[in-house]
Design a protein around this ligand. Structure first.
Ligand SMILES: Nc1ncnc2c1ncn2[C@@H]1O[C@H](COP(=O)(O)OP(=O)(O)OP(=O)(O)O)[C@@H](O)[C@H]1O
Ligand SMILES: Cc1ncc(COP(=O)(O)O)c(N)n1
Length: 270
């Protein structure tokens, strides 16, 4: 039996709600074999990030090479990359293997405010990684950094998406979790020609730790299975909506989402 294979290149979250842990749980829930290249170990729980221990860029590259040379990769995502040398190493590996199903979640700052990307690494992200991305999924603050502009309205988001697409990403998804102005969450998609809005009911909850990681992991899993980009993003939205609605409510702070909610709901419908 063969299986679709997805690789996540990201940081470890000891609390299990974001990062590598959210990604491989999501891959598993969507019937995709998950593999990992860890960029940094974070000391983290629902109350925030208490420590960041980055790995050497060579250690990240060697993990990617080991997986690529033996198991193979149908799609990959990047999350917390932390430094410019790590981004350079990741971009070099993606190019060497010729991987095309590349989802870049440009993680910069944790919900609690801790830096997960050094400020001097933003240019490496823009100029080395974005040209290799099939999809890039910034939240609004990340889109502001990448586009170099403030985003207050949906029109601003459209302008930011156009600017980000100029770095070479083929699909830009600016997520709406950070825009509490309406009772709908609206994710804006831009493929270089057309804007598409994906809307869902905004859930009033503090348990949104790792939503972006989980969403981009679900998109990656669907690409690994051969879905087209729009279909993959649509499944990602359904997956994260269920995961937030049925959150597991663990910890004293911003808790994790529920990675098995989407599968459970599908099983109930059968
Ligand atoms: N309260 C909410 N209700 C419904 N959907 C939400 C909510 N918050 C976020 N989402 C959805 O979750 C996905 C991730 O969006 P968000 O803007 O939170 O990303 P993020 O800030 O990168 O997440 P994180 O940094 O926690 O990993 C998007 O599809 C967004 O629409
Ligand atoms: C290792 C790692 N990767 C990504 C996030 C972003 O998630 P959030 O913004 O919900 O804190 C995180 N906290 N930790």
């Amino acid at each position: 039996m063969s299986a679709p294979r997805a690789l996540t290149i990201a940081g470890s979250d000891s609390g299990g709600g974001a990062g590598i842990q959210a990604d491989i749980k999501t891959f598993q829930e969507l019937d995709v074999f998950g593999m990992t290249a860890i960029t940094a170990v974070t000391v983290q729980n629902t109350l925030g990030v208490q420590g960041v221990y980055p790995l050497a860029a060579a250690a990240v590259a060697e993990q990617i090479q080991a997986v690529g040379e033996d198991l193979g990769v149908d799609a990959l995502k990047t999350g917390m990359l932390f430094s410019a040398p790590i981004i350079d190493a990741v971009a070099d590996c993606i190019q060497a293997f010729g991987w095309k199903n590349v989802v870049v979640d440009p993680v910069m700052v944790a919900k609690g405010g801790a830096d997960l990307l050094l400020q001097d690494a933003v240019d490496a992200l823009k100029y080395k990684l974005l040209p290799l991305a099939r999809i890039v999924t910034p939240n609004i603050p990340e889109a502001e950094v990448l586009a170099g502009m403030a985003i207050l309205t949906l029109e601003d988001r459209r302008e930011a998406a156009v600017r980000i697409a100029e770095y070479g990403a083929r699909m830009v998804v600016i997520k709406g979790g950070h825009d509490p102005s309406t009772d709908q969450v609206v994710d804006l998609l831009y493929d270089g020609h057309t804007f598409t809005l994906l809307e869902g009911r905004r859930i009033a909850t503090k348990h949104t730790h790792g939503t972006g990681c989980t969403f981009s992991a679900a998109i990656t899993a669907e690409l690994a299975k051969g879905s087209e980009v729009l279909e993959a993003v649509g499944t990602g939205r359904k997956f994260i909506q269920a995961a937030i609605e049925d959150a597991v409510e663990l910890g004293e702070g911003s808790g994790p989402t529920n990675h098995w909610a989407y599968r459970r709901r599908k099983e109930l419908v059968r």
